[in-house]
Design a protein around this ligand. Structure first.
Ligand SMILES: [Zn+2]
Length: 270
C-alpha cells in the first residue's frame, strides 16, 4: 500500500473510546460483557475510580498516536456524561485533529436536562447497545434527532439484537453487527444506515465483522479502532489488518477510512 498516498487523504477513525486508553489490561481473556458492559464491566469500574488527570493523560497519548498515524478526525464515544465530554475537550486543547464527540448520560436513564446539556456541547449521542437500555433509549434518540445531532449505538456485537427495534430509533450509524443475520444486514443497508466495523477489536473477543455481507448489500462501511485499551487507535494499522485478513479490494478498504466517513460526517466536520 502506498503510505504516501494514504498520508495525502483526509483520514477518519470512525469509532474510538479514547477515554479508556489509560487502562492496562491484565493478561487474561475477556468477553465483551466482562470488559465493556456499562456500569459493572471492568472498564467502567476502572473509569469510575480513576483520577481526571489519569484519564486525560491517557487520552492525550491516544491523540498523539492518532496524529502520528496521520488521522485528521476521529469519532469518539465518550462515557461519563457531561463531565466525560469536558475531559475529552481538555485533552484536545491546542490539537489540530478534529473530534466528533458523541456523549451519553452518566447513568442508564433519560433525563431531559442532562441530554439537552450533552447535545449542546457534543455532536450527538453514542450509546452502548439497545440491550443495556429500557424504553428511555427511545427518548434519547428522539431528543438527539430533534436537535439535529448524531444518534449512534453499538449493535449485535457479541450477541444478536432485534434489528427492527434498533431501526425504529433511526440511528445515524451503527457499530459492529458481527452477530447480525443476513436479513438484518439487508435491512440496515436498505435503510441506508452506515456501519462502522472494528476488525482488530472484534478479533480480540473472538468475533469477526461481516464485511462480505455488508459489501454484498452495498452498505456504507467505515473503519474504527474501538476501545483504546484493547487496540491502539491507529487507523492505518486497522486498514492494513482489514486488507490482510478479508477478501477485500484495497481501494474499497481505503474508502472506509476516507471518502465514506467524510461523506457520512460531512456536516459535522470543519
Ligand atoms: Zn465501541
Amino acid at each position: 500500500m502506498e503510505e504516501h498516498y494514504l498520508k495525502s487523504l483526509f483520514l477518519i477513525n470512525s469509532h474510538t473510546h479514547i477515554g479508556d486508553a489509560f487502562i492496562k489490561l491484565p493478561g487474561k481473556k475477556y468477553s465483551v460483557e466482562e470488559l465493556v458492559a456499562p456500569v459493572y464491566g471492568y472498564k467502567h469500574r476502572m473509569l469510575e475510580k480513576a483520577s481526571k488527570e489519569k484519564v486525560i493523560n491517557g487520552m492525550k497519548k491516544a491523540i498523539d498516536l492518532m496524529e502520528k498515524a496521520g488521522t485528521n478526525a476521529f469519532v469518539d464515544f465518550r462515557e461519563g456524561g457531561i463531565e466525560g465530554i469536558k475531559l475529552l475537550k481538555k485533552a484536545l486543547d491546542g490539537r489540530k485533529i478534529e473530534a466528533i464527540i458523541l456523549g451519553r448520560p452518566k447513568e442508564m436513564k433519560y433525563n431531559e436536562n442532562e441530554v439537552d446539556s450533552i447535545l449542546s456541547i457534543a455532536h450527538g449521542m453514542g450509546l452502548s447497545s439497545i440491550s443495556d437500555w429500557n424504553e428511555d433509549i427511545e427518548k434519547i434518540a428522539e431528543h438527539a434527532h430533534k436537535r439535529k445531532k448524531i444518534f449512534a449505538l453499538h449493535v449485535s456485537e457479541a450477541k444478536r439484537e432485534n434489528i427492527d427495534e434498533v431501526l425504529k430509533l433511526k440511528p445515524s450509524f451503527v457499530v459492529h453487527l458481527c452477530m447480525a443475520s443476513k436479513r438484518d444486514i439487508e435491512k440496515v443497508a436498505e435503510e441506508d444506515i452506515p456501519v462502522v466495523i472494528c476488525p482488530r477489536s472484534n478479533a480480540f473477543f473472538g468475533l469477526r465483522p461481516k464485511i462480505e455481507l455488508l459489501m454484498e448489500y452495498n452498505a456504507t462501511i467505515m473503519l474504527g479502532t474501538d476501545n483504546a485499551m484493547v487496540v491502539e487507535p491507529d487507523i492505518v494499522e486497522e486498514l492494513k489488518y482489514t486488507i490482510k485478513n478479508f477478501e477485500i479490494d484495497e481501494k474499497e478498504a481505503i474508502k472506509m477510512v476516507s471518502s465514506n466517513p467524510k461523506k457520512v460526517f460531512k456536516e459535522f466536520l470543519i
